[in-house]
Design a protein around this ligand. Sequence first.
Ligand SMILES: Cc1cc2nc3c(=O)[nH]c(=O)nc-3n(C[C@H](O)[C@H](O)[C@H](O)COP(=O)(O)OP(=O)(O)OC[C@H]3O[C@@H](n4cnc5c(N)ncnc54)[C@H](O)[C@@H]3O)c2cc1C
Length: 299
Amino acid sequence: MFLNQLIIKTLPLVPKSIVHHFAKKYIAGEELSDAVRVSQMIESEGGMTTIDVLGEFISTREQALHEKDMCSKVLRAISEYHLQSYLSIKPTSLGLGIDYEFAYNNIKDLVEQASGLGIFIRLDMENSPFTTKTLDIYKRLRAEGFTNIGVVIQAYLYRSEQDIIDLIPLKPSIRICKGIYVEEKSIAIKDPEEIRTNYMKLLRLIVDNGMYPAIATHDELLIVDALKFIEERKLQRDEYEFQMLLGVREERRKKLIQDGHRLRVYVPFGKDWYGYSTRRMKENPNIAGQIFKAIFIKN
Ligand SMILES: Cc1cc2nc3c(=O)[nH]c(=O)nc-3n(C[C@H](O)[C@H](O)[C@H](O)COP(=O)(O)OP(=O)(O)OC[C@H]3O[C@@H](n4cnc5c(N)ncnc54)[C@H](O)[C@@H]3O)c2cc1C
């Protein structure tokens, strides 16, 4: 355990080629064609996907416009290949950290294009400086008449319950997840059990107010709780879905599909795979342990 923590701390020193070896599992590849191929594979198993262009932490408008162009290509590919897929976007990758109006217009252009193609877009939720702005973008787009968009709520934030209550009149599709960023304890629950309890509570708040939940978790306890709750409320198959990340708990994913639940896999692709995959590894120290073995134990 200590060793795993040590490895996580020293991850930035690990050669990129070794990180890549373990990252492969979590990303479709560097090209859009990889995301299409993986989506088709998951569809052949009975699942659906949401495609994400890896491109957060941009610092210039040019980079944001490049990301927008990539997202636009994803939308065209989803349409061209008739994929059971939608697009997930990170508002900062479209410029939210640079200028709100600039990002808003970029996102609006994509939502408009997606709307024309009959495709849904999910606004991923990033760290807390962007929570209010991201929800505001969602509300503005809805006010402009777009309905092909959804939001994400993070169970670790104290504010999330109120955010859901504020969204009730709009009846959004809400992806509920635990939350992945490191936040201050003044705004975020730190105890894993309390995060779980809040997740269960928020899932009920979403469903009992007529909103569509995308239940994004690999936590067995939360999956079992959600299944029990779905049964209790007698939800139809098209009234909810499960979501998982590519490369995580694949057997569980297949079982949920076999049992007849809708399941969507988050499929990231792109050249900026490094930041994404090191975050995934930090979540799972066992994988960090594998890196250690790869460095020190030569077969
Ligand atoms: C589809 C999807 C979309 C998401 N979107 C967002 C978002 O917009 N904003 C945001 O802040 N967060 C997002 N997340 C991340 C989420 O907030 C959690 O950080 C992440 O899902 C881990 O939480 P968990 O509920 O799976 O529980 P955990 O307790 O972290 O994991 C439960 C179990 O799942 C397995 N597991 C979890 N992670 C890994 C891994 N990387 N590799 C191997 N096994 C693993 C392990 O067996 C672990 O014990 C998303 C997650 C999913 C599934």
